[in-house]
Design a binder for this molecule. Structure first.
Ligand code: ADP
Ligand code: MG
Length: 474
């Protein structure tokens, strides 16, 4: 009979293979251990016993396996009957690659388990280990990115119980329960970004990423790649491998476009397409990617006048303007000042145990007389500066006056100059002239800056200046 005849009968081959498999595994094994169904060691080879500091294999017999091999999963295998084909076991002398199999009796009942330590020199597994460490690194960086992509604020962080604030919160909550785009309008520092985070946190997408892009902070030529990502091979150098765009990072979650009024027109068209078609192409690619994002946009510009001036696409504006939320400037909700100050001061702990900062009686009146062009961001800075300069935990008006720097009196401060027999239109012109002149003075005559602060489009402001006979310097 030829040897190959033995290979024709599968049942017989199986028996032969089982035997050689077992022998190979056992012979190449660095250690073998057998436990009963209560995970007590029944047999162990000498080498393995020594590795674990036992005087001999005999000394290990009868002990619970974890006492001899810390971290062993033999008990689990003996109890569940489920094998663990490949695993890594950390030991004081480096990791071992192990295999654990249940042992069945003649009628198929699990009566114990056998474990093999396959390799102690992981060099034989180098390709596998390299891949494993690489995947672990990727996992760690993805985890930290994901953490960075969680929203930082919820609605409870938005302080304010004035009628205006409550209305803003009510609208924003409604935004959170819908999938439509939300458009946050308001001056700088009024809390638009905070609200964007809060809307995401309260939405069905809360556990998906929150990704924000500041359209004013990224150079125009990089914005497209930042948005849509780049395809592998489309560029040389660092980007050769291709890069995920913000759209892809935000997939399933929320994309927050801050300062959307500053988005270049070309990109506006592409964004509109994404919103309509729900798909896009990375730069240099001809493959369409699906996009499922919820959009929240914010701007401190007057979008309507930007549309009128042709700087913002009308169709995109209508698309975004489904749920506009006007966030009022601080000077229009001065009722919230005490609560805001309290919350901000609570965060500024006094280092040397003097407790926490408080406002003196005259302080609030002073704060209420300032127009807060930088809104709550400015309020926070002023309180921080005053606290830093103060020797005591009570902040008075004088200390705050210093911290404010240039005081911008509230427009109300202009009103007394008006006389009762002026007509409405000339009074309004006087008010506008005063406000624009003050704003220009505050920005050294820079019309672009002044327009931003006033929440007007630049050309709207120019038109008003021409009409009122005010000259800027540009
Ligand atoms: N209603 C509020 N309650 C508490 N803090 C606020 C509130 N609005 C804004 N802030 C704080 O003021 C700062 C500016 O807010 P931000 O959301 O960045 O404004 P914007 O995006 O409108 O410029 C942040 O530190 C924010 O936490
Ligand atoms: Mg902002």
């Amino acid at each position: 009979m030829k040897d190959s005849d033995n290979l024709k009968d599968y049942r017989q081959v199986r028996q032969l293979a089982i035997r050689s498999l077992f022998e190979i595994v056992e012979q190449s094994s660095e250690g073998t251990v057998i436990v009963d169904k209560d995970a007590r060691i029944v047999w162990m080879n000498e080498r393995y016993a020594r590795r674990y500091g036992q005087p001999s294999a005999k000394a290990a017999v009868g002990q619970e396996v974890e006492k001899v091999i810390p971290g062993s999963l033999m008990r689990q295998v003996a109890q569940t009957g489920e094998p663990i084909l490949l695993d890594m076991l950390d030991t004081p002398n480096g990791p071992l690659v192990v295999m654990r199999l249940p042992i069945h009796d003649a009628v198929g009942k699990v009566i114990g388990a056998i474990g093999f330590a396959l390799f102690d020199q992981l060099t034989r597994l180098a390709p596998l280990v390299t891949r494993f460490t690489q995947i672990q690194k990727e996992l760690a960086s993805t985890r930290s990115l994901l953490q960075a992509r969680q929203a930082k604020y919820s609605f409870s962080h938005f302080i304010g119980t004035s009628a205006r604030s409550l209305e803003v919160k009510r609208h924003a909550r409604r935004g959170a329960s819908s999938e439509s785009p939300v458009l946050l309008l308001g001056e700088t520092g009024t809390g638009k970004e905070l609200l964007a985070h809060a809307i995401h946190s309260a939405s069905a997408r809360a556990y998906k990423p929150f990704v924000s892009v500041n359209c004013a902070a990224i150079p125009e030529n990089l914005l497209e790649a930042e948005f849509f990502g780049t395809a592998p091979g489309a560029f040389t150098g660092a980007d050769r491998k291709g890069r995920s765009g913000k759209l892809q990072l935000a997939e399933g979650g929320t994309l927050f476009l801050d300062e959307i009024g500053d988005m270049p027109l070309a990109l506006q068209s592409k964004l509109l397409r994404v919103l309509q078609e729900k798909e896009y192409e990375p730069v240099g690619s001809n493959q369409m990617l699906r996009s499922d994002i919820r959009l929240i946009a914010a701007t401190s510009l007057d979008l309507e006048s930007a549309v009128a001036d042709g700087r913002f696409r009308a169709d995109l504006y209508y698309r975004l303007n489904v749920l506009p939320i006007q966030v009022p400037p601080l000077r229009e909700r001065l009722d919230d000042l005490p609560a805001l100050c309290e919350a901000i001061l609570d965060e500024l702990l006094v280092g040397d145990g003097r407790g926490h900062f408080e406002l003196a009686n005259d302080a609030l009146a002073l704060l209420a007389s300032h127009a807060w062009p930088g809104n709550i961001r400015e309020l926070r800075n002023v309180l921080e500066r005053a606290a830093l300069l103060s020797d005591e935990p009570l902040l008075n008006a004088a200390a705050l006056r210093v911290a404010i720097g240039r005081l911008s009196p509230l427009p109300a401060g202009i009103m007394p100059k008006l006389s009762g027999d002026q007509d409405f239109y000339s009074a309004r012109a006087a008010f506008e002239r005063e406000l624009i002149e003050q704003s220009l003075a505050a920005h050294n005559g820079n019309v672009v800056e002044a327009a931003k602060r006033l929440g007007l489009g630049r050309s709207t402001l120019y038109k008003k200046m021409v009409a009122l006979g005010i000259s800027g310097n540009e």
